[in-house]
Design a binder for this molecule. Structure first.
Ligand code: DAH
Length: 348
């Protein structure tokens, strides 16, 4: 039986096609096959019951091994036949695995910068040109930096306007980039000129122009004899650079506890030209709240308000991107919808 087994395995190692494997099967397991005949040719009457049992067990083992080995060889032959079938195939190394060079390739797409990132990069360049530094700042803030240092104590009604997300450790997801004002003043002192772009969070009812997560770019300039004239000068330079044309703006009085006086700088709507549309409402887009830094804020930053003054502004970066790229619904920005992002030029 051992010899038969070796002979079978030897024959199978030579058999590469289905037909050859079938021949081997007939030779060993066919009606007159070598294994089949083993039982027929044996005179069981000459064997003791023990020998019979032993013979039967060995024969069964041999048959099982033969069946498995034949099946394996048949599968191998089939796979080889299939991979050979690929027209125009090329052989890789020693194996019979083939690649079909006629199959169309899968293309890769170039990513794009997020529109807010693009506008932020543009702003950074403009402000750097005017001598401002660009500072990164944390999204999770202390209550002091986000509110108190900006002259918004715990019982101040201005807190209600910025109802927001609190963390369990009493930190707050910053509601505005103004939260970095006092940190920057403490660190760099005066004179200071810097912008702090970044993500802000508010508990908002979401609609085409309100989101719970959005971007702002805070600006702060502190020096001797800074006045509203400096503020207007910087704002005008900024907007004409961004929109590459003369834009209409209006300045209204606005209240923010951390500036005095405070203003709302509105941009004439670029979609409707001021006639009024779903994006702007009445023809004006509230774009840049700003003002002269409140003396208390300077004091919190360790700056003497009698020696220095400054201006600050909080640019709605997301809103600016909407204006700049003609995006009418703020909800696109955080949608993760590739069809939206694809519309912006790929980075090359
Ligand atoms: N932080 C204010 C907000 O998010 C915006 C703001 C108003 C920033 C006036 C300023 C400012 O720097 O001077 O509503």
């Amino acid at each position: 039986m051992t010899m038969l087994r070796e002979q079978l395995l030897d024959d199978l190692s030579q058999a590469t096609t289905a037909e050859q494997v079938e021949q081997v099967r007939i030779k060993f397991l066919g009606r007159k096959g070598l294994i089949t005949n083993l039982a027929k040719d044996t005179d069981f009457s000459k064997l003791s019951p023990e020998e019979k049992r032993d013979f039967g067990a060995k024969l069964n083992d041999l048959k099982r091994l033969a069946t498995d080995a034949l099946q394996e060889a048949a599968d191998r032959a089939k796979n080889a036949a299939e991979s050979h079938a690929g027209a125009g195939g090329a052989r890789i190394g020693q194996e019979t695995r083939l690649i079909d060079l006629t199959v169309p390739g899968s293309s890769s797409t170039l990513g794009t910068l997020h529109p807010v990132t693009m506008i932020q990069m543009e702003l950074e360049q403009i402000f750097e040109g005017m001598g401002f530094c660009v500072l990164d700042s944390p999204e999770a803030e202390t209550e002091f930096n986000n509110f108190e240092s900006l002259n918004i104590p715990g019982d101040h009604p201005a807190r209600d306007m910025q109802d927001t997300f609190w963390l369990q450790n009493d930190m707050v997801l910053r509601t505005h980039t103004s939260a970095n004002q006092v940190r920057a003043l403490k660190r760099f002192g005066a004179p200071f000129r810097g912008i702090f772009p970044g993500r802000c969070f508010r508990y908002e009812a979401i609609d085409p122009s309100h989101e719970n997560t959005f971007y702002q770019c805070e600006g702060l300039m502190v020096d001797r004899n800074i006045s509203v004239a400096n503020l207007i000068g910087v704002m005008k330079t900024l907007l004409s650079e961004i929109f590459k044309k003369e834009v209409k703006v209006r300045l209204r009085p606005g209240f923010f506890p951390f500036v005095e006086p405070g203003f709302e700088l509105d941009l004439n709507c670029l979609f409707c030209g001021g006639a009024g549309c779903p994006t702007c409402g009445d023809g004006w887009i509230e774009l840049i709240p700003c003002g002269l830094v409140h003396p208390r804020v300077l004091e919190f930053g360790g700056i003497d308000p009698n020696a220095f003054s400054g201006f600050a502004f909080g640019l709605g970066l997301t809103r600016l991107a909407m204006m700049r790229y003609g995006i009418r619904d703020i909800r696109h920005f955080n949608s993760g919808d590739v069809r939206f992002y694809e519309q912006f030029a790929p980075i090359v």
